[in-house]
Design a protein around this ligand. Structure first.
Ligand code: BDR
Ligand code: CA
Length: 338
């Protein structure tokens, strides 16, 4: 009798885990393509268990019109029917900085000068799209944000119930207890709109941060990229060509050897396999003015400081470690999947 019960329990368990695995995870990808944004989009498009409900774009690595054009170029390459929504063209409060064309090229795609896409973006704004699609799929939509967090902050300002209808936000940005990449303490996506970032990180929704402290633990190299170029005819040659300029930047300016950082795909990798990362929970605030503008701070010690800007703020999940070897293996195997 006990054996029969165990057998039934095992069958039920297996069918539950199979059906939950077979359900597609619904995503919105908010990005500023950008070389590594393009790689994040392609990774998500290649992973079979994601359903991309829409792509939203934001100023950042390229001027707004170029960023949306680049997203459309990647959708065309994918031959998928994914709609693209243009978002914010400037930060909430601070002035707009010029795009970092020395990293991503003046076209945002490593100066590869892609032909103009034939498809166009939707007339609805990115923030409105986020609010509407979350309402239509309550508790089911995950936002993967790999640019400035302006569109997410605008969505909250448009309709604060979006923090209840969105399932989770996973973003690439910030730097916990490591050097920044735009000033000594700040990472570009956060420093690019610190007010938006502070709104998003202190809102009552589930947020996971994939910061520079983990993205700079992983270096992609030309060996892997060449294998993807040869083994993935649809996306491999495109990724290889857009990464040439980006790779040179890391070689020449950052004196990086053995590859380059793949910041944005890391946020997608977290959703592919969260066990690649170790997570620490706590409130994170963003410095919105002054010489440390854009710094992301999570209290290091557990003791109470009395009332502080961190008091009673929601805890977020912050990645603090990554399994580099397994990350690269998983990335390559998804990209080479037939
Ligand atoms: C982030 O800044 C951008 O240049 C990259 O696309 C990435 O999102 C890394 O700091
Ligand atoms: Ca980006």
């Amino acid at each position: 009798m006990t054996r029969i019960f165990c057998l039934i329990a095992l069958l039920v368990f297996n069918s539950v885990s199979f059906s939950s695995h077979s359900q597609l995870r619904k995503l919105i990808i908010d990005c500023d393509p950008g070389v590594d944004d393009a790689m994040a989009l392609i990774l998500a498009m290649k992973y079979p268990r994601f359903e991309i409900l829409g792509i939203t774009t934001v100023f950042g690595n390229a001027y707004p019109d170029q960023a949306v054009k680049n997203a459309l170029t990647i959708v065309e390459l994918s031959k998928k029917n994914i709609k693209v929504y243009q978002g914010a063209s400037k930060p909430l409060r601070k002035p707009l900085d010029a795009p970092p064309d020395f990293i991503h090229g003046t076209d945002g795609l490593g100066n590869t000068r892609q032909p103009d896409p034939k498809i166009t973006y939707q007339s609805k704004s990115a923030a409105q799209f986020i609010v509407d699609i979350a309402k239509a799929n309550p508790g089911q939509v995950t936002i993967v944000a790999v640019g400035r967090l302006t569109n997410l902050a605008l969505a909250i300002q448009l309709d604060s119930s979006v923090t209840k209808t969105i399932k989770e936000v996973v973003f690439m940005g910030g730097a916990l207890l490591v050097a920044g990449n735009v000033n000594p303490v700040a990472e570009a996506n956060i420093e690019g709109d610190p007010d938006a970032a502070d709104i998003v990180l202190t809102a009552p929704w589930k947020v996971t941060m994939i910061g520079l402290n983990v993205t700079t633990r992983v270096k992609l190299n030309d060996e892997i990229l060449s294998r993807i170029k040869n083994g993935n005819k649809q996306y491999g040659p495109f990724i290889y060509s857009i990464t040439r300029f980006y790779l040179d930047f890391y070689k020449n300016s950052n004196h990086l050897t053995g590859g380059f950082y793949v910041h944005d795909p890391s946020a997608v990798m977290y959703l592919i396999d969260s066990s690649l990362f170790k997570i620490k929970k706590g409130p994170v605030r963003v410095v919105t003015d002054g010489i440390a503008i854009g710094q992301t701070i999570m209290p290091v010690l557990d003791f109470q400081f009395g009332l502080s800007p961190w008091t009673e703020k929601p805890f977020i999940n912050a990645a603090v470690e990554v399994d580099t070897r397994r990350f690269l293996k998983t990335y390559e195997s998804v990209m080479l999947r037939k």
